[in-house]
Design a protein around this ligand. Structure first.
Ligand code: ZN
Length: 397
């Protein structure tokens, strides 16, 4: 697959005895460049406007779309072997479908299994990866349906560039240029009850289908304003590892919002992934209506998440008073107790320095509305160039 928009999970530790090297945390091999992303978003905005105009002219039909057809292609490396050889039984596929539908239930998107094909091909099983001829060949031979049909390929990701991958997907905007390449490829042992520890509840497919439906990672663009192009996902500086549910990190401290560790588009362990936001739901509807020709309704705009103002407000008024206490009076005591002199000064400095940046956050809600405007002028004016480094992910492998 030549697409620069391919998404890949990299896992590097040893969960599967004798298998590829995998680690205890997901790591991303996103190949999206800033230029490609800007072009895709520009095309998306333009098409969104024109399709809505066409739809209005044709008379609105807001009937709820039926379930998305799903075609599973189970690749095995041994025709008589175990599940580790890729022999995935129907009951596991059914459990995976249940996990997929549960993940999207709140978004009003559903999936229906149409067919499961089983294919013996050790090379596809071991070496299919985003840019390999193996995966192109595999998809060309097996893919079924049109732009609105989901094809899922189960492989082993054992060798070469494939080794350690957990999954990857194409975006809706890729379809027109490479329809035969459309779909998601996931590690067979990421399905329910699989052998890939921490990633064996079937949520990898839920995540990959999120890309297939038009979502970026929640940490896309790091702490930058536009980030993942969804207003109500908290800015996130880097992917989450594990499931820090009792102490969620805040990798973009200025926004007072903790990282979206439970979002399906983060990299937390399967047990942690439970939700899509209303803004993500809207983006999936828009993306699939525009690029996959599925008639999802036009939903109202979703604003930025509200900052947890209540707990913070009382502390803020107190901060200005702190300067007056200029703890320095205590400094005279320094000669006697040298240890005390350091303690009072430290607490004041960090709190004051963060407050001014936080006050900038409330302005963000305006950003989503701006992007809705016939955004061509904004996007084409590429003053974003200085932001480029923010699209380069340090966790890329
Ligand atoms: Zn991903």
């Amino acid at each position: 697959m030549k697409s620069a928009l391919a998404i890949a999970f990299l896992v590097s530790a040893s969960f599967v005895a004798g298998g590829p090297i995998r680690s205890s945390s997901r790591q991303c091999g996103t190949r999206i460049s800033k230029g490609k992303m800007i072009a895709a978003e520009k095309q998306f905005q333009a098409l969104k406007e024109s399709r809505l105009t066409m739809k209005a002219a044709a008379g609105a039909d807001d009937s709820t779309p039926g379930p998305i057809n799903v075609y599973f292609h189970v690749i095995n490396k041994n025709e008589t072997g175990t599940r580790d050889d890729g022999l995935i039984e129907d009951d596991i596929i059914e459990k995976q479908m249940k996990v997929l539908n549960e993940g999207y239930e709140q978004s009003g998107i559903s999936f229906k299994l149409q067919n499961t094909s089983r294919v013996h091909n050790p090379e596809w099983f071991s070496s299919a990866s985003p840019d390999s001829a193996y995966q192109t060949d595999m998809k060309k031979q097996l893919r079924q349906g049109g732009p609105g049909d989901l094809n899922v390929y189960l492989v082993g990701f054992e060798k070469g560039d494939a080794e350690g991958l957990l999954g990857y997907a194409t975006f809706p905007s890729d379809y027109e240029g490479a329809p035969e390449d459309d779909g998601v490829v996931v590690l067979h042992s990421s399905l329910p009850e699989g052998s890939t520890a921490k990633f064996n509840e079937g949520k990898t497919l839920t995540h990959e289908v999120g890309h297939w439906a038009g979502l970026y990672h929640t940490f896309q663009g790091g702490c930058s304003k536009d980030g993942d192009q969804v207003a109500d996902t908290a800015p996130q500086g880097r992917p989450t590892s594990g499931c820090p549910r009792d102490n969620a990190p805040d990798t973009c401290p200025g926004d007072k919002l903790t990282d979206p560790i439970h979002n399906f588009m983060d990299y937390s362990d399967d047990e942690c992934l439970t939700e899509f936001t209303p803004g993500q739901k809207k983006r999936m509807y828009d993306q699939m209506r525009v690029f996959r020709k599925i008639n999802y309704p036009e939903l109202p705009e979703v604003g930025a998440p509200e900052t947890p103002a209540e707990p913070e407000t009382p502390t803020e008024p107190e901060t200005p008073t702190e300067p007056e206490t200029p703890a320095e009076p205590e400094t005279p005591t320094e000669p006697t107790t040298p240890t005390e002199s350091t303690t009072p000064t430290e607490p004041t400095t960090p709190t004051e320095s963060t407050t001014p940046t936080e006050s900038g956050t409330p302005t963000e809600p305006e950003t989503p509305t701006e992007s809705e405007a016939p955004s061509e002028p904004e996007t084409s004016a590429e003053p974003e160039t200085p932001e480029e480094p923010e699209f380069e992910f340090p966790w890329e492998f």
